[in-house]
Design a protein. Structure first.
Length: 389
């Protein structure tokens, strides 16, 4: 006997999507695609070769090395063919590192690679709730010097400026600096955890209370965050341990290398910032637009494979699109049925998008219905009343 279970809940709406996932509709989908292409063109112009990693990989390779930092954000499933566990990428950088150390292990260094694609994460955040995230980025593998760190910042800045985003803040930090300072000062794991939470919250009072012999130094560095010149002066004057001093000097050298090529770029430095830089081993970067809290990009130095130095930056086209100035849509011309195809081709060559009619009728009415700004009249694209010319 079949038992029917009754419920008062209505069936889910077919447009309902899981939390953190969304459809991108016109004109935003086209605008995002154009933005990604603009970024990739800029990367290519600087000699970065594009690679295309797969969406899924075996778990043991996807989460090796720097991939371990995003293990808790990785969706897993079993491969029905091999019965091995696979992961759906949450970040493309570990995949590019795998390609560099395996398929391109014998390629000449410096190795410059670029990429663009979609990633899926287990959870979003309050600031960035989307779980499906577009990425476009570059990785510079082999060189280990301030000029390489500077190149990543400068190429990202040029790519974003090409999209009309010229007034951005490039925030540099050195995630290993504070850990090196605490290690060499002999802090216990419990003291480190407590002090780390205070630094993470930017709580100067708590830092003073828990910092011990380093309280004054850490408080000064915490309060020095801001324009690069001021923060670097504070670092230069601070009583740092030898390991921490080397990190501070490298940060200053990177800022100097950036300023040689782009003195107008807005650079800020936070000497004690380390939140979210899970696998970064040197100078790291976050990109922000004025008045916006979400990152447009993030990157920094890391270890590729077992020991090869590398640095890179990942830009987030979704956030970039939200920060970009409004883009004028391509003018759409309604082309009545029966029009010579050569006429429509000529309009497209002029930069118009042509919308072909299938049946005779009122061309202007059809043009308005289909969101066209122009209609073909006498072989010429004529603006519709009330529409932009």
């Amino acid at each position: 006997m079949t038992v029917a279970f009754m419920t008062d809940d209505p069936p889910p709406h077919p447009a309902l999507l899981p939390a953190g996932l969304r459809d991108l509709l016109p004109p935003d989908a086209e605008a995002e695609a154009a933005a990604v292409q603009g970024l990739m063109d800029a990367f290519s112009a600087h000699g970065y070769h594009r690679v295309k990693p797969p969406l899924l990989e075996f778990e043991d390779s996807l989460l090796a090395g720097s991939g371990a930092a995003v293990a808790d954000q990785t969706f897993r499933l079993m491969d029905p063919d091999t019965r091995r566990m696979m992961g759906l990428r949450a970040d493309m950088t570990p995949q590019v590192a795998r390609i560099a150390t395996t398929r391109l292990g014998q390629a000449a260094r410096p190795l410059r690679l670029s990429y663009a694609g979609q990633c899926l994460r287990v959870q979003g955040s309050q600031i960035a709730p989307d779980r499906q995230v577009a990425q476009a980025g570059i990785e510079l593998i082999g060189p280990d010097g301030p000029e390489a760190d500077a190149e990543i910042v400068l190429v990202a800045a040029e790519a974003l400026a090409g999209l009309g985003l010229g007034r951005l803040s490039y925030d540099l930090t050195m995630p290993p600096l504070v850990p090196a300072l605490l290690d060499e000062a002999g802090f216990s794991p419990e003291q480190r955890a407590s002090l780390g939470r205070a630094l993470d919250r930017k709580d100067a009072a708590a830092v003073r209370a828990r910092g011990g012999a380093l309280a004054g130094t850490l408080t000064d560095l915490l309060l020095a965050a801001g324009p690069a010149s001021r923060a670097l002066e504070a670092l230069a004057a601070a009583a740092l341990t030898p390991g921490a001093r080397r990190h501070a000097e490298r940060l200053a050298e990177t800022v100097a290398a950036i300023r040689v090529r782009a003195p107008e770029l807005k650079i800020t430095v936070d000497p004690v910032e380390f939140r979210g830089f899970k696998y970064h081993t040197g100078v790291s970067l976050s990109v922000y637009a004025p008045g916006r809290h979400e990152e447009l990009g993030r990157g920094g130095r890391y270890v590729c494979g077992e020991a090869e130095p590398a640095t890179g930056v990942t830009l987030y086209p979704d956030a970039v699109l939200r920060a970009m100035p409004a883009r004028a849509p391509r003018a759409r011309v309604y082309v009545p049925a029966g029009t010579d195809p050569a006429v429509a081709a000529g309009l497209r060559a002029q930069g118009f998008a042509t919308v072909l009619g299938f049946e005779p009728g009122d061309a202007r009415a059809q043009a308005r219905l289909l969101g066209c700004s122009h209609v073909l009249d006498g072989g010429v694209a004529v603006g519709i009343e009330g529409r932009p010319q």
